[in-house]
Design a protein around this ligand. Structure first.
Ligand code: SF4
Ligand code: SF4
Length: 215
């Protein structure tokens, strides 16, 4: 019948409207901002930089490789590499971002930066109340504003963060085992070199006596 779908939809709306006076479950809207609907785990809006531990700068996972900057479709990431190095999560000295900006007025939440990052250093946040009266400067987030703890990552995306932690722990264990094996091999080589018999020095040539010419 023509318009059947519309009538069914209107019927459902009417049922919810009438039932909402007796059952809260029938309410399809909430009184925002006093009430808030729970944010589902797969929600994403704008990226943030993950850091481990308590110190933002020391724990920043980003190594300023600039892959995300190159791959970002609207080019809203701006990175300046440091001139010195700091240890990364496996203790390897790495360059870090002296500057890392994202213009979230341009970001389209595509998540490509997250997909291409080899260091699990950038993830998508769920924070959506970001309105500001400063259209330009207010929406240009710098490294300090973008840095969020791993605990925050666990809070908003618990399943994904647990997988990432397990992967990083495995990589760290592999890297430590490799470093230990290399150190042991070097120690064995040094011990073998110390135990090897030293070559006996060649005997010194016998002194040659030169006769004084007789006059
Ligand atoms: S989410 Fe997309 S648009 Fe936004 S910074 Fe990442 S790559 Fe760029
Ligand atoms: S966030 Fe990831 S991809 Fe982007 S610069 Fe840092 S380490 Fe590289």
């Amino acid at each position: 019948m023509l318009g059947e779908g519309i009538l069914k939809g209107l019927g459902e709306t009417a049922k919810n409207f009438a039932a909402s006076f007796v059952s809260k479950d029938r309410l399809t809207t909430i009184q925002y901002p006093e009430e808030r609907a729970p944010v589902i785990e797969n929600t994403r809006d704008f990226p943030f930089l993950v850091y481990d531990g308590e110190d933002k700068m020391a724990g920043l996972r980003c190594v300023a490789c600039q892959i995300c900057e190159k791959e970002c479709p609207p080019k809203c990431i701006y990175i300046v590499k440091s001139t010195d190095k700091k240890p990364d999560y496996v203790g390897k000295p790495q360059i870090y971002p002296a500057r890392f900006d994202i213009d979230i007025s341009v970001c389209m939440s595509c998540q490509i930066c997250v997909e291409v990052c080899p260091f699990e250093a950038i993830k998508m946040d769920t924070e959506f109340e970001l309105s500001t009266t400063d259209r330009f400067g207010g929406l240009l987030y710098d490294r300090d504003q973008l840095a969020r703890s791993n605990q925050h990552y666990h809070k908003i995306h618990p399943t994904e963060a647990a997988e990432v932690d397990a992967r990083l722990a495995e990589e760290k264990a592999k890297s430590e085992a490799k470093a230990k094996a290399a150190a042991e091999a070097a120690a064995l080589k040094a011990a073998a070199a110390a135990a090897a018999p030293k070559p006996t020095p060649a005997p010194a040539p016998a002194p040659v006596s030169v006769k004084e010419p007789t006059a």
